[in-house]
Design a protein around this ligand. Structure first.
Ligand code: DC
Length: 227
């Protein structure tokens, strides 16, 4: 289906299925998919590589002035290097929830992401999309699921990828998820919150296809109204 100008915000906690769902919807409705978490992860990777600490405002600003982060569907480029796999390590995952609280980094991301939203038909997923990046989005979805369900999904995903090499247990993953939820929801800058007008979908008892169908019903209505 081809659409006119359309913007969709998908927010929610880690492991709620945002990126899987957003990618399917992006293909179905011909929207540009922007994984904003991946953008934060790329900056976290650069800081780890350059040994920049989360509170070193001066070096962070110098780094941001010389940093280019680009997303092309599920490929992410840091200064023209493809880093899609490198940004998914546990080390980056732990560091990113700390650095994403930094005001300079948030400002850099907000400017970059708002710019993309101005020029393209987008579906963006993250934590502050409906509240900060796309406050006038045609549709705002807050996708959630219980911490236990999210941990189980992550665990199965990792088992599939890494098989017997997986050293993390289900309990480790649940603990990380709960820690990240707390950090994301309680931070001062743009905390994870249900944006005004957002439709809350709890995917705990739903399949991916069912979530996609629920959101498609809403999107089709919006598109019909747009004519
Ligand atoms: O969605 P993710 O797990 O890849 O996100 C990585 C981290 O980035 C997560 O700890 C929260 C943060 N983040 C954010 O603060 N704002 C966004 N719009 C997207 C992600």
């Amino acid at each position: 289906m081809r659409v006119g100008k359309l913007s969709v915000a998908v927010d929610g906690p880690a492991g709620s299925g945002k990126s899987t769902i957003a990618k399917i919807l992006a293909k179905k409705y011909h929207l540009t998919y922007v994984d904003t978490g991946a953008m934060y992860r790329a900056v976290a990777l650069k800081m780890l590589r350059n040994d920049i600490s989360a509170d070193d405002t001066e070096r962070i600003q110098q780094m941001l002035d010389k940093t280019k982060v680009k997303v092309l569907f599920d490929q992410i480029y840091l200064d023209d290097e493809e880093v899609s796999a490198l940004i998914r390590t546990p080390q980056v995952t732990n560091f990113v929830s700390i650095i994403s609280q930094n005001p300079e980094i948030r400002k850099y991301m907000t400017n970059t992401q708002k710019e993309i939203g101005k020029t393209e038909n987008v579906i963006m997923d993250g934590r502050d999309i409906g509240s900060v990046i796309l406050p006038h989005a045609d549709l705002k979805v807050y996708l959630t699921a219980s911490p236990e369900v999210r941990a189980k999904r992550r665990f199965e995903e990792m088992q599939e990828k890494e098989g017997e090499n997986l050293s993390l247990t289900l309990e480790d993953i649940l603990e990380t998820i709960q820690k990240r939820d707390f950090q994301d929801k309680t931070r001062k800058e743009a905390p994870l919150t249900v944006a005004d007008e957002a439709v809350i979908i709890d995917s705990s008892g739903l399949t991916i296809q069912e979530v996609v169908e629920n959101i498609s019903v809403l999107l089709d209505k919006i598109l019909d109204a747009k004519g």
